[in-house]
Design a protein around this ligand. Structure first.
Ligand SMILES: CC(C)(COP(=O)(O)OP(=O)(O)OC[C@H]1O[C@@H](n2cnc3c(N)ncnc32)[C@H](O)[C@@H]1OP(=O)(O)O)[C@@H](O)C(=O)NCCC(=O)NCCS
Length: 268
């Protein structure tokens, strides 16, 4: 498998140096990091060479959809992953996934993850991990509910306070998503089956207002209070052996993590 095209979007590996440079530029546009926080082009090149992934989604620049061999293509999404190793097993760590603002909420993020999965499975990986901000309701919903990832590790202020406004200048707390890509559980989720049932033993809420609270200095303390409260709840729940297995969002846009007991056999 090398290429996936639907409509005018083509998803494929990035190989040429210019494509790595374009990924770098999109990173800058999406996260608005200061230069010191940016992943450099050289790291994209290395990731592609050492068994990681640099995957891009391209559309034809011309709105009329001229033949792509003639027209320039626009990169609208990229995923960057590097190989990792834990307890003697290799896995992929997906460090970044970005979709250009105007192409969001149309399923492209999910398709990018599916492409990453297909490539990873073809090369023998069973696990992909990535970290995500537990205050990001949208990302949590995508990761847990639409992809079937789970989480049972919490990293406090993983990168320090970064220069990206997406982070709202809060400590960069992260949940670690584990995506057991080959498992029947994940296959079922991806096929659109209802989530496997589990006994819900704890719930952790994120209010819909979190985005506006993070965005303004005047309300940032409210966002910080949610973060600190949830940090404690996650840490306690994980210490008790619970894992995030489900995620709900209501009509108002509030998010809710659902925690239960993870069964190791669900990795397969
Ligand atoms: C995270 C990101 C890659 C997702 O890309 P995307 O193309 O918008 O994702 P999808 O459309 O496949 O899926 C998003 C889902 O979340 C839903 N969603 C959108 N806004 C939401 C919100 N505020 N709360 C809950 N869910 C939301 C979408 O409706 C969609 O679900 P649906 O298909 O059931 O409607 C993109 O938003 C992005 O680039 N964000 C900035 C960078 C980032 O945070 N990257 C991830 C961490 S490295």
């Amino acid at each position: 498998m090398t290429e996936m095209a639907t409509g005018k979007v083509t998803i494929r590996k990035c190989e040429a140096l210019e494509e790595m440079q374009t990924c770098f530029a999109l990173q800058k546009e999406v996260w608005k990091f200061s230069d010191a926080d940016l992943v450099p082009v050289r790291m994209f090149v290395v990731a592609a060479k050492i068994g990681g992934q640099v995957i891009g989604a391209f559309v034809r620049k011309n709105a009329e959809g001229n033949d792509e061999r003639d027209g320039e293509k626009e990169l609208i999404s990229f995923a960057l992953a590097i190989p990792g190793m834990r307890n003697g097993h290799c896995y992929l760590h997906s460090h970044m996934l970005a979709v250009r603002q105007q192409y969001r909420n149309g399923g492209l993020g999910r398709r990018m993850k599916l492409h990453q999965r297909e490539d990873a499975l073809a090369r023998g990986f069973e696990l992909m991990e990535w970290t995500f901000d537990p205050l990001e309701i949208k990302n949590a919903y995508l990761n847990i509910e639409k992809l079937g990832a789970i989480a049972r590790r919490y990293n406090v202020n993983q990168y320090g306070i970064t220069s990206s406004p997406l982070q709202g200048y809060l400590p960069s707390d992260r949940l670690v998503a584990e995506w057991w890509m080959k498992s029947k559980r994940v296959e079922a989720v991806l096929a659109g089956a209802p989530r496997a049932k589990f006994e819900c033993r704890a719930r952790i809420d994120v209010p819909a207002e979190i985005y506006e609270w993070k965005a303004a200095a005047a309300t940032r303390a409210q966002a910080l209070a949610v973060q600190e409260g949830n940090r404690e709840r996650f840490t306690r729940a994980f210490a008790e052996g619970l894992s995030v297995l489900g995620y709900e969002r209501d009509g108002r846009g509030n998010g809710r993590f659902l925690l239960g007991e993870w069964d190791e056999s669900w990795r397969y």
